[in-house]
Design a protein around this ligand. Sequence first.
Ligand SMILES: [Zn+2]
Length: 472
Amino acid sequence: MKITFCGAARQVTGSMHLLSLDNGYKILLDCGMDYELKRNPIETQNIFPFNPTDIDAVILTHAHVDHSGNLPALVQQGFSGHIFCTPATADLTEFLLYDSANIQMGNYKKNLNAAKKNRRHLIPKPLYAAKQVKETVQRFYTLNFNSPFQFNDFVEITLLEAGHLLGAASIKIEWGENGAKKSLGFTGDLGRKNSKLVCNPTVMQDLNYLVAECTYGGRNHKPSKNAEDELLSYVLSTCVDIRGRLVIPAFSVGRTQSIVFALHQLKQRGLLPDIKIFVDSPLALRSTGVYEKHLNLLNDEAKTFHSTHGKLFEFENLHYIDGIKAHDDLLNYSDPCIIISSAGMVEGGRIQEHVSNNIENPYSTILIAGFCAEGTLGHSLLQGKQSIYINKKEKRIKARIASTDVFSSHPGSDEIFEYITATSNKNKSSAIETKIFLVHGEESQMSLMQNRLFEIGLMQVEMPYQGQEYKL
Ligand SMILES: [Zn+2]
């Protein structure tokens, strides 16, 4: 067996790792879109460092596009196997991939018009369209958590709760080689303990190899009150004290549901002021339906709230915006309100218009509620600049720009460290020391984690480069 790190190597996005068995069988772990590509590929053929027809199966950890977003391109280029994932991941991924196809087509049309004006000829084409998404979702083969599945004569896989998003899994792969059994764990994206809605991550045990996400690397989350109280402080200081608008960029899948649930909890406690709350994202609306369909996967807090109040994501004053007309109307809504919209890193989507609309208003607050990769508009907003370019227009920053970690769905440095050390066989009775590969993190952050692990004597910690291959 060997592993090749094809994406999210020394960077955060584009999760994709290839396992090649000695008999030639090939399994791809995730097939995510790379948002950090310096230049969009002109041809889709450029995006895979292998022949898609050679891949026998894909195991998908979760629905986020940086893990799933290149699946339709893989199918288009000849992949004909199954895509293994949990039922909730299958449902969420379907919506996200259709959305991704739409965004790409929209960007293509915009670029085409600009290229005609500038007489440029080479512009990136969409990687895929709705047709390829339809073919992709037909390849899903769903597995429940904690149910070992015999892949073939050589390999068994088990999906375990990752606690990052509804249905998100870590993958344990076990295989036999020369009479000995070996195992590799891939965390996928991990969640935090006691998150809103989702269960705590399951720590994988007895591994020869661990591929671990390292999004927060050396950074810890700011210590904070509980999520509802933190959110309430922004609602009150913006919408009540100065009668302004609170704009929250949030991923449509996961983050939005956590925030809406926290607002619902505040509402039930009688703490929420009488203002309107808008969720301006058709994708969030559809994903919320998937959360309701898979209530059995939610944590005890959410289940108890549901059995008491009947609904998790519906309450008075909460409005989901679907069509473009309602979205345009919202842009002209000037009363104090909360607007939750995507994308979370403020790259594209309806949120850009809301940020643009509010950024020069000193009565507005833009509350960044999640991780923003370098190079994204969300990241720029947090740099304390005087002005910023949105859709090629310069805007003075007069709104309050704030950030909160309380809804983060990734573990901070201490939590990753704790996870990795709990997983590692070092200091246990096992004779084998777990070899650790850090992925899905900025290089500087991963180095900090690598050093922390070296300091406690875990010396087999690698930070693979893109395309690097290891014999397992
Ligand atoms: Zn994720």
